[in-house]
Design a protein around this ligand. Structure first.
Ligand code: AMP
Length: 448
């Protein structure tokens, strides 16, 4: 997961980067960081915590310069340590660089071992550090050529921004698995960000998405220079639309909210022949809301907020024990007893991963007086772990790998359970392209 941002050619670069990261906080809450560049020197500030906690006035005034890159971390590769926060900074033969990365490199272990065998010393557990070493050990005279050669050894899902003392190099992998967009700042200069919701907050106009396999160079001329490094084979991640991205973002030309509404509509179409009379459609907030609205619009079943979410739960309650995990769901979601009492509910969430959330929700609603709870999931069964940058657990932990649909229904104590089919998911996002669907169909198309 993770979010990245680059600001180029604006005197408020670090401040704008922090605002963009704030807009993309949903993509990672573990750690955050920004590197700015000013008068031939790179300044970096990174720490564990939320953007609003880490980037106070003192931090922002330290981050001088008219270019900056930033990152929100959601642990995929590496440990939970401040060392694993990004940007990663290094001094090397040609000067100083700083790198941010969103994605996951599938040949990371092999490349890392090779580098270690040749004497490299690693400071972090992150796959991103491979790129720093590959760039530093290369003997070419220009950073651009070193980056290109490093990328030739890098396989996986990635969006990188490499910042030198005067330029930014923006790269999206040839499949375009993770999103990345380019915008023009109204106050001057350019922005590159994982999601367009960041553009709205900083006052930027969307120009276009970074193309799969493309490198953009900011700083070589007035306009961003584009080089097509790799033959594109576009396979954007479907899970961005299902769960990950903010609904107000437009990813690769598709509005996330609309795709989620379509997912809900498709679920409703499949329920057309159901003999059950649902009294209301209840979303699991916030992730199930657009799909529930779509279901309601398609079926005519009224939409009701039968579950209320407390937005102040924060990270304080991160799961040290099972007891705490149970308490966390209770503290986060509360049933609206007066609305659901004696009713037959159609409850919608975006996905079932381990089955923990859905089980607790069904029980909570029944304890609060719901007569029946029918669960609908606005994505197909997640049967395969994702190695392209989404934090899904191992096969053993994925409930749909371990159980059939009927067994899951029984396990979560629902009165019925239906998922979106893979075809309907593709239809909801748009049939005009291929998607990365490996969590659902096990097609690991990125080959090492
Ligand atoms: P689970 O309780 O493990 O079945 O997880 C399902 C819930 O987690 C759903 O409410 C989803 O909105 C949410 N979810 C789905 N994917 C992820 C993810 N990669 N990280 C965090 N939460 C997720």
């Amino acid at each position: 997961m993770c979010a990245i941002v680059g600001i180029y050619g604006n005197d408020n670069a670090a401040r704008l980067a922090s605002i963009a990261l704030f807009a993309m906080q949903h993509r990672g809450q573990e750690a955050t960081g920004i590197s700015s560049s000013c008068d031939g020197k790179i300044y970096t500030k990174k720490d564990r915590g939320l953007v609003s906690e880490v980037f106070n006035e003192e931090a922002l005034s330290y981050l001088k310069g008219d270019m900056a890159i930033g990152h929100n971390r959601y642990a995929t590769a590496g440990r939970d340590s401040v060392l694993d926060a990004q940007p990663i900074y290094a001094k090397y033969k040609l000067g100083e660089i700083s790198i941010v990365h969103n994605g996951n490199l599938i040949n990371k272990d092999e490349v890392r071992q090779d580098l270690i065998d040749k004497g490299a010393i690693f400071q972090t557990g992150m796959d991103t550090e491979n790129l720093i070493h590959l760039i530093a050990k290369n003997t070419k005279d220009h950073l651009k050529d070193r980056i290109v050669e490093a990328l030739n050894r890098t396989i996986g899902a990635y969006c990188f921004i490499v910042q030198s003392r005067s330029k930014q190099f923006v790269i999206r992998d040839r499949y375009g698995i993770r999103p990345l967009s380019l915008g023009k700042l109204k106050s001057g200069g350019y922005i590159v960000a994982s999601e367009t919701c960041a553009f709205d907050l900083v006052g930027a106009e969307f120009i276009r998405d970074v193309r799969p396999g493309e490198m953009l160079i900011l700083g070589e001329s007035d306009e961003p220079e584009s080089i097509q490094l790799f033959e594109p084979e576009f396979r954007p991640c479907a899970f961005e639309y299902v769960y990950f991205a903010r609904p107000d973002s437009v990813i690769d030309g598709k509005n996330v909210y609309t795709t989620r509404e379509n997912m809900g509509k498709a679920l409703a179409k499949n329920d057309v022949n159901s003999k059950i009379k649902f009294d209301m459609v209840v979303p699991v907030p916030d992730s199930g809301v657009p799909a529930a609205l779509g279901y309601s619009a398609q079926s005519g079943v009224p939409f009701k907020y039968g579950i209320i979410r407390n937005h102040y739960i924060g990270r304080t309650f991160i799961e040290p024990t099972q007891e705490m995990r149970n308490l966390k769901v209770k503290m986060k979601l509360s049933p609206m007893g007066s609305i659901i009492q004696g009713k037959t509910l159609l409850v919608i969430d975006d996905s079932i991963v381990r089955g923990t959330t859905s089980k607790r929700i069904v029980r909570m609603l029944k304890e609060a007086g719901a007569k029946e709870v029918h669960f609908r999931v606005a994505s197909p069964e997640i049967k395969f772990p994702c190695f392209y940058g989404i934090d899904t657990p191992t096969k053993e932990e994925l409930i749909s790998t371990q159980m059939t649909k009927d067994e899951v229904c029984k396990y979560i104590e629902a009165d019925s359970l239906e998922y979106l089919s893979i075809d309907d998911l593709v239809g909801a996002i748009g049939e005009d392209r291929h998607y990365a669907l490996e969590s659902f169909d096990g097609d690991y198309f990125v080959k090492a």
